[in-house]
Design a protein around this ligand. Structure first.
Ligand SMILES: N[C@@H](CCC[C@H](N)C(=O)O)C(=O)O
Length: 334
């Protein structure tokens, strides 16, 4: 039997699959097929998810394990901030460690246990890096800019200013007003830039941010490989960096920024050290279900035999969210 976990960070939902516990690791093709089936809201398990987080043995020196991120459409992402917090918790409990490195596609990242956000709402802090601004790293093209930092890009949308930052997965950010953040523009831009298009040829995560106050944001994301999501950890991190760079009078480096999202709230801290930017992302790492399934059934996406046990953590998380200030009535997923 294989154990899977259903988890979330700010209601950005994932399954964690620890391949080190399998008799035989899944091939990349099998992982892609399994992810598409498992995460499907209709035919998958437990109403689906935004992706699968795959735990493997480490690939670099000093890391405890590797995390791979498979989006719901089967594409692979270089990073996932909300996902890394949940994997950090999984590894922390498995190896009884509170501070360690996890390998991701482009870097080994520091993770640590933080103070619980509320009773039965465990929280972890993860490093979001490396950060790039150049058009080759995103990549983007045909926008008349080598970098996009708070600039108009009428090819993308008339009248909005955009920043584009890779952390290292690609993000496009625009600071907008309340009407724009709740309206249809984000979906229009997100769909267009994640279909075949001449600007972001590998697609891009699109984030709309509303400035609430000094060091306070509300962020909504249209995610590459997924669509609308309740929250995107790397998106909130990239947006916090754009906030510090473009609105220095109301956004401070080395200071917690509260980032609200349709699924809850996280804290980010933006740093500039040794000529490099990096962001600390702190938020819940909630396990909602434990799933036990025969390894062959999992490999064949036959979920009928899965045994599912619900934890008590979702109720605690919902209580935590009920106590947060309310800004925009947007919840994109159940
Ligand atoms: N929601 C994630 C980001 C997952 C990857 C993204 N879909 C991509 O393709 O870059 C997060 O919390 O960072």
């Amino acid at each position: 039997m294989v154990n899977l976990l259903k988890v979330h960070g700010s209601q950005n939902h994932f399954f964690i699959l620890d391949q080190t516990e399998l008799k035989q690791k899944l091939s990349d093709e099998e992982l892609k097929k399994l992810t598409i089936k498992l995460t499907d809201p209709k035919t998958g398990l437990l109403d689906g998810a935004d992706g699968v987080l795959v735990v493997n043995d480490p690939v670099r020196e000093n890391a405890l394990a590797q995390m791979r991120v498979i989006n719901a459409d089967g594409s692979e992402a270089s990073m996932c901030g909300n996902g890394l917090r949940t994997v950090a918790r999984y590894l922390s409990e498995k190896y009884q460690k509170t501070n360690f490195l996890v390998d991701t596609m482009n870097a080994s990242l520091r993770v640590r246990k933080d103070d619980d956000f509320a009773s039965n709402v465990p929280a972890f802090a993860v490093e979001i890096s490396p950060v790039h601004f150049n058009k080759e790293a995103l990549p983007f093209d045909n926008l008349g800019h080598d970098r996009l930092i708070d600039d108009f890009a009428p090819e993308l949308y008339q009248g909005l200013r955009f920043s584009s930052i890779a952390v290292p997965n690609p993000h496009l950010i625009s600071f907008v007003n309340q009407r724009q953040i709740t309206g249809p523009i984000l979906g229009i831009i997100g769909k267009r830039l994640n279909d075949k298009n001449p600007y972001f040829t590998d697609g891009v995560n699109v984030n709309f941010a509303q400035i609430l106050d000094k060091n306070r944001l509300f962020v909504r994301t249209y995610e590459r490989g997924v669509g609308f999501t309740n929250a995107c950890g790397t998106g909130m991190s990239a947006t916090s960096l754009a906030f510090c760079l473009t609105k220095p009078e109301i956004a401070e480096f080395d200071t917690p920024i509260n980032v609200y999202n349709p699924g809850g709230m996280v804290k980010t801290i933006v740093h500039y050290e040794n000529k490099n930017y990096w962001i600390e992302l702190i938020g819940n790492a909630t396990f909602t279900h434990q799933i036990s399934i025969d390894e062959e059934d999992l490999r064949n996406s036959n979920f009928a035999t899965a045994q599912i046990t619900e934890t008590t953590e979702q109720n605690a998380y919902e209580r935590f969210v009920d106590n947060l200030p309310k800004f925009n009535d947007i919840t994109t997923l159940a």
